[in-house]
Write a protein of this length. Structure first.
Length: 291
């Protein structure tokens, strides 16, 4: 009986998908939402549902645009945007590589800077009292407000863009690293000191593993802002980069190209965040004893 119901549900799913291709707007939209309800019943795995939700969002977008519910010059179809990405790959790729180069260099330096700053604040309280308020001010200042000044001071090369990325991302790394250093198990350290353990071993087996999990969390939080910082700097002034590509497309009223550039940036931003999330999960499992 259950197998028969499954077959019926699958047949209904295929049928509803066919109806979404109808030339009638009402039939397409109603069939789409019926298809969503049916898929929720069929798919029980949450991970699969998360992936399906993104595909369904794009498909709904395609239905809305193709049926002219929103003018195509305002909301181009995903298929048209994909066509732009493919046909203009010779233009997009150099700009994308330039943006990613600045993003990765700036984010790597931001991680180093954030960790060093946290270590300095942890070592002595006066340094924290001196630096922490300034760090809070930098975090409270919008990147888009400070980026023009940094570019005017340092020029239109790679350096100012790297500085903007550091500005946009270092604070969560600093705060989380400092929190990790301050929440180390002091009883464990005292036990190791009591058995004459070397400082190097205490750092290797207690301080470093504990603090590293906090550092990775800081990286996970700040990773989406790395590309955002690069784009902000490129929007203010540059000779190459996705920020320049999007700005020129916007000035030319080419919304299909704006969407193409924006979607590419979103995908790479999600990729950075996802990589940091996977790294944190793997490290957490490792600490929990799961190899």
């Amino acid at each position: 009986m259950k197998n028969s119901l499954k077959v019926v549900e699958i047949v209904l799913t295929v049928g509803l998908f066919t109806f979404t291709l109808s030339k009638s707007t009402i039939v397409s939209v109603v069939s789409f939402f019926a298809l969503v309800i049916l898929l929720v019943r069929l798919v029980r795995n949450s991970q699969i549902l998360k992936g399906v939700s993104f595909i369904l969002f794009l498909y709904l977008w395609q239905i809305i645009s193709s049926h002219k519910l929103v003018p195509s010059y305002i909301l181009p179809t995903p298929s048209k945007i994909l066509g732009i990405i493919i046909t203009q790959s010779n233009v997009i790729l150099p700009n994308l590589f330039a943006t990613l180069e600045v993003t990765f260099i700036g984010f790597f330096l931001s991680i180093l800077f954030g960790i060093i700053l946290a270590l300095l604040m942890h070592i002595t309280r006066p340094i924290e009292d001196l630096i922490y308020p300034i760090a809070v001010i930098t975090q409270s200042t919008p990147t888009i407000a400070i980026a023009p000044l940094i570019i005017l001071w340092l020029g239109f090369g790679m350096l100012p863009k790297i500085v903007v990325v550091i500005w946009a991302t270092f604070f969560p790394i600093t705060v989380n690293t400092l929190l990790g250093l301050r929440t180390v198990d002091t009883d464990m350290i005292d036990v190791l000191k009591a058995i004459s353990a070397k400082k190097r071993d205490i750092f290797k087996y207690v301080i470093f593993p504990h603090t590293l999990s906090y550092i990775i969390t800081g990286i996970e939080i700040s990773s989406p802002y790395a590309i955002l910082g690069t784009l902000t700097a490129e929007w203010m002034g540059t000779t190459v980069g996705m920020g320049l590509y999007i700005r020129r497309s916007f000035s030319s009223f080419r919304l299909d190209q704006v969407f193409a550039g924006t979607i590419i940036i979103i995908l790479f931003s999600l990729l950075m965040w996802g990589s940091a999330t996977i790294l944190r999960q793997r490290f957490t499992r490792y600490l929990g004893g799961e190899k």
